[in-house]
Every structure is written in C-alpha cells, then in structure tokens.
Design a protein. Structure first.
Length: 309
C-alpha cells in the first residue's frame, strides 16, 4: 500500500513536470540542462521532466516603477529634490532574462541618473515650466540605454519637484517683490491715465469757454450793429419828418417855439443842479438869442427843402 502511494505521487510529480500552463499575463523562459531553450507564450505546453525547467517568469503587462526622491542640482546651482514614475513593458523575455540581472532596478537607477543629468541642463524656472519636455528627454535616454535589456520604456512622469527650504523662502520673497512691482506699475498707469483725462477735460473746458466767449462777442457785435442801424434809420426818418413839418405852413414858428421851450428847460435844469448860480450878463438881450435861433431854423428849413427838390 505504501509503495502504491509512492507510485501515485511519483506519477503526479512527473505530470507536474511534464505539463505547463502559462498565464495570459506572463511569459516563461525555459532552460534545458542549464541552457536557454525557448520562451513560452501564454497557453498549454509540454516539458521534458528533469531536463526542462522554468528559469524565469516575466510580466508582459505594463509595469509602473516608483523612482525614489533624489537630490539634483539645476543649471543655476539650485538644489532640488525630484521623484517620479517610470512605465515600462517587457518586449523580449530572453533579453530581459540574460541581458541584465534585474531590469526593474536597472531601469529605476537609470531613470535617476538620467533625471539628474537632464535637470542639470535646465534652470529652476525651466524645471517647472518645461516638465513635459523634461519627461520626454528622460524617456528617450532611458529607452535608448535599455534596448539591450528587452524592455520598452513607455513614459516617465515627474511627481514632485521640491526646492530646499532656503530656495522656497527666496522664491517667496521674489514673488512678493514681483507682486509689489506689478502693483506699483498698475498704480502708476492709473495715475497717468487720470492725469491725462484731467488735462483733456481742462483742455476741452478751455475750448468750450473760448468758443462761448467768441460766440458772445459775435452776438454783441451783431446786436450793436443792429442797434446802430436802427438808430440811424430812426434819425433819418426823424429828419425826414422834421423836414416835412418845416415845409408846411406855420412849421417855422412851431420849431422856434419848441427850441425856446427846450432851451428854457435846459437852463432851468442847469441852474437847479449847479452848486453855483450862473446868470447870463446880458439877460435883457435873451430875445436876440431866440431871434438868432429862428434864423438858424429858417436856414435849416431852406436847405431841407432844396435837398428834397
């Protein structure tokens, strides 16, 4: 009974060594008597027991490897701490087994050294603004170096770029100074715009006032001209009426009487307003004055009649 049990176990062991099922997610590297034989793809396979063995198993899905943080120096001598992720895939199981001892560790170390080298080519501001180009450069360099390993580096992503505390403090001061500078520039521009608007307003006000003064003077000149024209016409009409009145019968006597009344009224007014009374020396000859005025009236009337003819 014991011998039968051993026989059954031996048969199962032989079958276990004979049959091999490779999962869909990996490939197996087979060695025969210590020498590479083949790479088995996913599926059902037969092996020669005690001669063939599975030497390596490789994941053929895309793998994500964490790149630990490391200290880097930028082009402007700024110390940075950078970490990231590298995405790769096994393309050749034979090269991944015999081309490198541990392709995962090698890929991580290569990513670290390449990242230090690429960051050393950039300034601090460029490491933040050109992260995509930095990732592409690292992928290109790693993929070129890892080609003999049978792997394909698909992409590299930088997770964090952390400057030292001193650099962060300096950057904060620089940002505050930049904000203050922008605020002063904004205030200066606003003040400049306000002064320009104020001067434009004063200029427009002066123009409006001068235009208004000009229009006022024009209106006054027109009014004065119209006034002079109206007075001249009125005087001309008055003279015509006087001439016509003198040409009629009794016109001269009426004119003499009017002149006498006006003279007496003016003399009385002068005597009433003057502080010193002025009396003509030859008051008795006042009648002769009126007679002289009558002669002047006759002469004026005669000239008017001749002018009318």
């Amino acid at each position: 009974m014991f011998a039968f049990t051993l026989f059954v176990l031996f048969v199962f062991f032989i079958l276990y060594k004979l049959l091999l099922i490779v999962p869909m997610r990996e490939v197996n590297v087979i060695e025969r008597l210590g020498k590479f034989r083949t790479v088995l793809q996913p599926g059902f396979h037969f092996l020669i027991p005690f001669f063939d063995r599975v030497a390596y198993k490789h994941e053929i899905r895309e793998q994500v490897l964490d790149v630990p943080p490391q200290s880097c120096i930028s082009k402007d001598n700024t110390q940075l701490e950078v970490d990231g992720l590298v995405y790769l895939k096994v393309m050749d199981g034979k090269l991944a087994s015999y081309g490198i001892e541990d392709y995962r560790r090698a890929a991580v170390n290569l990513a670290q050294t390449t990242m230090r080298s690429e960051i050393g080519k950039l300034s601090l501001s460029q490491t933040f603004s050109e992260r995509d180009s930095l990732n592409e450069s690292i992928v290109r360099e790693i993929d070129k170096a890892s080609d003999p390993w049978g792997i394909k580096v698909l992409r590299y992503e930088i997770k964090n770029i952390t400057p030292s505390r001193k650099v962060i403090h300096t950057l904060e001061k620089q940002m505050e100074a930049e904000r203050s500078k922008r605020a002063e520039i904004t205030l200066a521009n606003a003040e400049k715009a306000a002064m320009i608007n104020l001067s434009e307003g004063e200029r427009q006000e002066a123009i409006n006032l001068s235009e208004g003064e000009k229009q006022r003077r024009i209106n006054e000149a027109k009014g004065t001209a119209q006034e002079i024209a109206i007075i001249a016409r009125a005087k001309a009409e008055g003279m015509e009426l006087v001439s016509a009145a003198l040409a009629k019968e009794g016109g001269h006597e009426a004119m003499n009487m009017q002149l006498k009344e006006q003279f007496i009224a003016q003399v009385g007014k002068i005597l009433g307003e003057a502080d010193v009374s002025v009396v003509p020396a030859e008051l008795a000859k006042i009648e002769g004055f009126f007679e002289g005025m009558e002669q002047v009236t006759h002469a004026v009337s005669a000239n008017s009649v001749k002018g009318a003819r």
